[in-house]
Ligand binder design. Structure first.
Ligand code: MLT
Ligand code: MN
Ligand code: ZN
Length: 310
């Protein structure tokens, strides 16, 4: 039997919007990281890259930190021509600033950029936040609609082994969206990556507002889950004096609380990794009691540069 190359995931950015430390934040984590008084690593904003053979890659979310992130993953710049990239396409899970602004960084692409996203995300990115319209004046974009409501799985031609199932996630639309507190089912999606060769699966949901049966089903059959690690507590931002917003209002289910992220994760018999971690979250401090609790529960915390092979 010939050996099949593993599905590879490279975490380009493990932080939530704002990154860690956030430019204007002096919460105990951000201050502690700058001063070197806590044990923690900086984190850029939310993005990952996935590949089947390691030659062609799908960029999943395009963060404002993209240019620097690409330099951390040599496989993404194979150097075969004067202008080159290993990024075959971009797939976006929501139209939030932290997941989309990096599209502007890709404007020098020497052909039209394939962008996969749902009709709701496409609508925001061509109206309230018209990045895709602007890109028409640079490389141009070929939009590939993702049907999450119909649950239609798809593949990127350059990554034929990976089947991608989009799953609607209850959450919120971006603050600028006309659907802010009345989101459509496909404003935020999770992605189930299935390697057809090896049969392995990874479920990725950086913006989970609520556990639903389809989400639990995907998480349950995955070999690895990368799940919303934004907040430890729902009122964490209020508590730290950072903002008036609760996790619920932003579409992020907190780790603690009944029915929270941890409650369900602990029931899963699979590799569990928190991702999209906000700078206020105490789990970022590697010596905190909260981090200790995760270690005891067998839950990992994603960091920039993390490589997962399945
Ligand atoms: C979020 O995940 O709630 C947003 O990305 C926050 C932001 O980028 O402003
Ligand atoms: Mn975000
Ligand atoms: Zn902070």
């Amino acid at each position: 039997m010939s050996e099949t190359p593993p599905m590879k995931i490279f975490v380009l950015g493990s932080g939530a919007g704002g990154g860690f430390p956030q430019w204007n934040c002096n919460c105990p984590n951000c201050r502690g990281l700058r001063a070197g008084t806590i044990q923690a690593s900086s984190r850029t904003q939310s993005s990952l890259a996935i590949s089947d053979g390691g030659t062609d890659w799908l960029l999943v979310n395009a963060s404002p930190d993209l240019r620097a992130q690409l330099e951390t993953c040599p496989a993404l710049q194979p150097g075969r021509a004067v202008r080159d990239t290993a990024i075959a396409a971009v797939l976006i899970v929501d139209a939030q600033i932290d997941h989309t602004t990096g599209l502007m960084t890709l404007r020098e692409h020497n052909k039209r950029l394939p962008v996969y996203c749902t009709p709701s995300v496409h609508s925001d990115l061509t109206s309230g936040y018209p990045l895709l319209n602007v890109l028409e004046h640079y490389c141009g974009v070929d939009w590939h609609p993702v049907d999450a409501i119909g649950g239609v799985s798809f593949s990127i031609p350059e990554l034929p082994s990976i089947e991608i199932l989009p799953v609607p996630l209850p959450g919120e639309a971006p603050p600028y969206s006309p659907r802010r507190h009345k989101p459509a089912k496909d404003d935020t999606i999770g992605l189930s990556f299935h390697d057809r060769e090896s049969g392995r699966r990874c479920f990725y949901a950086p913006g989970l507002g609520e556990w639903t049966d389809p989400v639990l089903a995907e998480a349950d059959r995955a070999d690895c889950v990368l799940i919303d690690g934004t907040l430890w507590k729902d009122d964490e931002l209020v508590d730290r004096g950072a903002s008036q917003k609760t996790g619920q209002e932003m579409g992020h289910l907190a780790q603690t609380g009944s029915g929270g992220i941890l409650d369900r994760l602990m029931q899963l018999d699979t590799r569990k990794i928190l991702i999209h971690i906000n700078n206020t979250n105490p789990i970022l401090d590697e010596r905190s009691p909260e981090r200790k609790r995760l270690i005891e529960a067998g839950i990992e915390v994603a960091c920039d540069g993390m490589e997962i092979e399945l």
